[in-house]
Design a protein around this ligand. Structure first.
Ligand code: ADP
Length: 328
């Protein structure tokens, strides 16, 4: 079947992925492969804007690649690679920076937030982050970028840069990417309050052992109003119930929905059931991951092959870009 166009998405090498990454991003990456030609990038250069200690960078990249592959990224058809392996992106970033007004970059809410988060490391790369992101997208002649609503301003910004570039150099070398709004599910952490994430240590890793997963699940905060076992609970405000709806069979979800409200089932029992269902769901993922992890050379080959294919597209774009600018 003919594909609908090319999709690009990148994520920073944050190491082992958690349920939030899976439900909020990876699952969608996998599904998009059916309809689009996909380019998925582990953006290690972007990581340098916030990460100072790079000791774990290689390992984190490898772990993330393992998770993506085990979750169903198909490297034969999808281009999966590491950003820095295609250095053309740095060149395009520099060239795009010439058509990007500085004031717009420093006005972006994401930049202001970063200044608040790391006041001692307000580096030049942080300001240029959206320009590098634009370079990532347009280098591969991307038609579509999947975005949650919060990233929409960045893609709008990328479209503006493309228009400025094409206008200034009287070319159509760069393709204006379209946004594909995806239903973004915000997965809460085990605290039941904040977004699941590594920095808050409220996450559940996909690659954890079944025992580790169970320990973590048993720490999940349920309906805070339910203090005693005999108190009726409210599944509508319980993060464990939200997760049951994703990972448990419908009859069990229905049973919990009824029994929790009349204190027929306790939180520990409910969480134990969730842990078992989650572990069962993750079994094929974990088996595939272990299989890949036993052959690290194969993973390396996949990333190298991805970079080679990405670079072929990138070099063609850069030839057109250089010609459009009339670089001597
Ligand atoms: P990045 O800095 O590349 O966004 P993250 O690890 O924060 O790195 O996120 C990677 C992807 O996973 C993003 O698409 C993000 O939206 C998604 N994601 C991360 N945490 C969650 C969460 N708790 N719920 C839903 N999606 C999440």
């Amino acid at each position: 079947m003919a594909k609908k166009g090319r999709v690009f998405s990148g994520a920073r090498p944050t190491g082992r992925q958690h349920l939030g990454n899976y439900l909020g991003a990876i699952q969608n990456y996998v599904a998009l492969q059916d309809d689009y030609e996909c380019v998925y990038c582990i953006v290690d250069i972007h990581a340098l804007t916030t990460v100072e200690d790079t000791l774990d960078l290689k390992q984190n990249t490898y772990e993330m690649a393992l998770d993506w592959l085990a979750a169903g990224i198909r490297p034969q058809e999808t281009i999966m690679f590491i950003q820095s392996h295609v250095p053309e992106v740095m060149e395009l970033h520099t060239l795009l920076s010439m058509v990007t007004p500085l004031g717009k970059l420093t006005d972006l809410p994401t930049f202001k937030e970063k200044i608040r988060q790391q006041p001692d490391n307000v580096n030049y790369g942080l300001v240029g982050y959206p320009v590098l992101m634009t370079a990532d997208i347009v280098l591969y002649k991307t038609d579509v970028v999947p975005v949650g609503i919060d990233q929409a301003p960045h893609i709008e910004f990328a479209r503006e840069i493309v228009r400025s570039f094409n206008y200034r150099y009287k070319t159509n070398a760069l393709v204006e990417p379209q946004m594909k709004n995806t239903k973004i599910l915000k997965v809460l952490g085990i605290d039941g309050k904040e977004k699941m994430g590594k920095s808050l240590n409220n996450h559940i890793e996909l690659a954890a052992t079944p025992e580790e997963t169970k320990t973590r699940v048993l720490q999940m905060v349920t309906d805070p109003a339910r203090i005693k076992r005999t108190d009726p609970g409210n599944p509508d405000v319980c993060n464990v119930f939200t997760m049951h709806k994703i990972f448990s069979p419908q009859d069990e979800v229905d049973m919990i929905n009824v029994e929790c409200r009349r204190a027929g089932i306790g939180c520990v029992d409910c969480k134990t059931r969730f842990a078992a269902n989650l572990n069962k769901n993750l079994e094929p993922f974990r088996a595939k991951r272990a299989e890949l992890d036993a052959k690290p050379d194969v993973v390396q080959d996949i990333l190298n092959d991805g970079a080679k294919r990405a670079r072929t597209i990138a070099q063609k774009t850069m030839t057109e870009v250089r010609e459009a600018i009339q670089l001597p």
